[in-house]
Design a protein around this ligand. Structure first.
Ligand code: GDP
Length: 144
């Protein structure tokens, strides 16, 4: 069987604001993803711009950084077989209008920007994004 994989999840400010942290995490747990690290935090402008640096040239970059710093977020590291893809499936498409029924974004996202969750999109970005928020010592080994 393939190795378990790690991915970074963020519950964005609109998710925390609407008090649906538990409902979102519950979906991860029901899908068999387990939590290796978890923190409530708030990004500075500098951090938000660094996290989304790949989008620096996009027209929505400024607005995205403003949104991501508008309130607290929940960052977590999820572990599981195929965790990156599994989390992306649970999240649904970036634009909630295009997201499948039953996905987090379909059910909770406001629009293509204010879309409630982030999830790493590939192993290399997952490794970088996890390191952005968590030192190795904060990745707690589970017992299952
Ligand atoms: P993701 O991997 O599904 O989160 O999508 P991307 O990496 O393409 O975009 C990162 C984030 O930028 C998205 O989750 C949205 O919050 C925001 N975003 C993406 N596309 C758009 C857009 O066309 N307009 C605006 N305003 N925001 C966008």
């Amino acid at each position: 069987m393939a190795e378990k994989e790690l991915t970074l999840s963020i519950i964005k400010p609109d998710g925390v604001e609407r008090n649906i942290i538990g409902r979102i995490i519950s979906r991860f747990e029901k899908a068999g993803l387990t939590i290796r690290a978890l923190r409530l935090t708030r990004l500075t402008r500098e951090e938000a711009e660094a996290f989304y640096a790949v989008h620096r040239e996009r027209p929505f970059f400024d607005s995205l950084a403003t949104y991501m710093t508008s309130g607290p977020i929940v960052v977590s590291v999820l572990e599981g077989y195929n965790a990156i893809q599994k989390n992306r499936e649970l999240m649904g498409a970036t634009n909630p209008e295009k997201a499948d029924e039953g996905t987090i974004r379909k059910d909770f996202a406001k629009n293509v920007e204010i879309n409630t969750v982030h999830g790493s999109d590939a192993p290399e970005t997952a490794a970088k994004e996890i390191a952005f928020f968590f030192p190795e010592t904060e990745l707690i080994k589970g017992n299952r």
